[in-house]
Design a protein around this ligand. Sequence first.
Ligand SMILES: [Zn+2]
Length: 240
Amino acid sequence: MAIHTAEAIVLRRYPFRETSVTLSCLTDGYGKVKGLVKGLRAQPNRHRSAMEPCTVNRIVFYDTRTSQLHLVSQCELLDPLEGIQRDLDTARLAALCVELVDTVVPLEEPQPATYRLLKQTLERLALGGDEPQALRAYFIVRLLRLAGFQPQLDQCTGCGQPIHTSGYWSARAGGLLCPSCLHEDPNAEPARPELLEALETLSKSDQPPALDAGLLPGLRQRLDAFLHWRLDKPLKTLTA
Ligand SMILES: [Zn+2]
């Protein structure tokens, strides 16, 4: 049985029996882990953190190797990121970020770049000052890229032929279709080069890039349709 210390952002928290909670967390060094905190609801002070979603904590957990639910023995609040709760729109956007991470990131694979992206995005939301739709588009595209889940934009999702400039966007197919494969999605539309360029820029940037604000509504519509068609289960927070 190994004991680990990690910085952890809480993705989900749910009650377990009368006094305990189970958690899904993204950690800096161990990827996404599930943990059980015994007695958290009975003696919250002993743990120095209530382990609320969207907060940054330091946790100590035992890795039993026989179960994917680890025992969290200590948790300490490092940053409540309380600015996130200042208005409903910000809180909803943060909830979308953590739900999307919980959905696309596999258990127990170290994901340091994903951890940095989530932490940086939640800190920016807490601070305010960013255009929310630009930050939203950046977070979604970058996360999908890091998770290997991004829209396929360089070849046809139907036949695999390279596509350079002319292609048809299909959220259902997961990216572009060539003219011969259009029968796969009657709703596919000619892809606008400026949108493809924006997707490419977003996916490759370490920081939220400056984007033409006029592109944001179109990006949002296409990204949300992509998530709608490509995720196994619908996101509860997609309206954020
Ligand atoms: Zn094709």
